[in-house]
Design a protein. Structure first.
Length: 274
């Protein structure tokens, strides 16, 4: 005869097995076509009104005929990695292992290639979303390296940084936002290894990295919004074509109508003090 304790143990094991089986067969819910369309429109509105939070974006979407609540807009914004941009008290919690560095570019005259590089992460969307990181030379606006990933980790950011350094040498200063990918030990370790000074934007201060913000606007309106990528490989091919066009053929008003390649490789001399 089975004693009562043994019977209770068997019951507990059965319950645990049932719970494990339920979690084992759980399948994540894919992003719906309706949410993808909303995410794209939220992204467009965020570009036009970067100060808009979930409440204002909800109101703008409702005026356009979308039946959506503020909570759902906020959920999609978090999934996309975007927040309203405005100056406010710094109330964010920082991981103790991820130090934040001061902003070094204020009042700095940037007058030569490889003086300052900058980087940021952006999410292109079509049939889904992936993460794109780019390393840009601040002076010439040239994209030195980029990577696409379907996970938001530091690994692909480190790969882009190492490729840029391997191909073009080390900059004097590297500027980024305070995202965890750029404050991670692995990313900061590469910068320290090459004795690159680290600069980070103020919390919510998008103007501190304004040239990269302008790059994202160009990428979105001139490439991503014009194509419906069916796969990550399609996204890589499309972004790759655009980067080549952007560097080699696209003139910039701020560069006196020259291309980033022309300005970067011309390597103009330092300004002579008066």
């Amino acid at each position: 005869m089975i004693d009562r304790d043994h019977e209770l143990n068997l019951t507990r094991q059965a319950v645990l097995l049932a719970l494990s089986r339920a979690s084992l067969y759980y399948q994540p819910v894919p992003v719906t076509d309706a949410d993808l369309a909303l995410m794209r429109r939220i992204d467009e509105l965020h570009l036009e009104y970067p100060f808009a939070g979930s409440r204002l974006l909800r109101d703008l979407l409702v005026l356009e005929g979308h039946a959506v609540g503020r909570k759902h807009v906020r959920t999609l914004m978090r999934k996309m990695g975007i927040t309203a941009i405005y100056r406010r008290a710094n109330t964010s919690r920082r991981h103790p292992a991820h130090p934040v560095y001061p902003y070094l570019l204020r009042h700095l005259a940037i007058d030569r290639p490889n003086q300052v590089w900058a980087s940021d992460i952006y999410i292109p969307m079509a049939r889904g979303f992936v993460y794109l990181v780019a390393v840009m030379d601040w002076y010439s606006r040239r994209i030195l390296a980029w990577r696409i990933s379907n996970t938001l980790t530091a690994d692909f950011c480190i790969e882009a940084l190492e490729e840029a350094i391997g191909r073009y040498g080390s900059p004097e200063i590297f500027n980024s936002d305070q995202g965890s990918q750029f404050t991670a030990a692995g990313f900061v370790g590469v910068l320290n290894q090459h004795r690159i000074r680290i600069s980070m934007d103020g919390r919510g201060a998008w103007r501190d990295n304004v040239f990269v913000e302008r790059l994202w606007k160009s990428v979105k309106y001139e490439e991503v919004y014009l194509h419906a990528y069916e796969s990550v490989s399609d996204a890589k091919a499309g972004i790759g074509r655009y980067v080549s066009f952007y560097n080699m053929r696209r003139p910039h008003t701020a560069l006196d109508r020259q291309t980033p390649d022309a300005v970067y490789f011309k390597n103009p001399p330092l300004a002579v003090a008066a």
